[in-house]
Design a protein around this ligand. Structure first.
Ligand SMILES: [Zn+2]
Length: 94
């Protein structure tokens, strides 16, 4: 008797459905924006002051104008943003 002729079950089978996924912003969580000063004092010390965290991008981007009233020579800034994202199947697996 040849082994190949025996009906047998090897391992387990699982049926997988292939679904498309998309990647996009999470509507349930807010973005966070922070602007920081990259200006330097006369001795080369970096300022490092920052706006604090804002969920409103425009509010964070107004901070440099406020900072400039006290430090008009500081004119370089960085903007850090955290944008929560999610992956979502285009069709929920059943
Ligand atoms: Zn500064």
């Amino acid at each position: 008797m040849m082994l190949g002729s025996l009906p047998r079950e090897i391992g387990r089978r699982r049926m997988f459905r292939f679904v498309l996924w998309k990647f996009g912003p999470d509507p349930d969580r807010d973005s966070v924006h922070l602007v920081y000063c990259e200006g330097e004092d006369e001795d080369g010390t970096r300022c490092g002051a920052d706006s604090g965290e804002y969920t409103d991008r425009e509010a964070a981007e107004l901070w440099p104008f406020e900072h400039a009233t006290e430090y008009p020579e500081h004119r370089s800034y960085g903007h850090l943003a955290y944008r929560p994202m999610i992956t979502t199947p285009t069709e929920e697996p059943s």
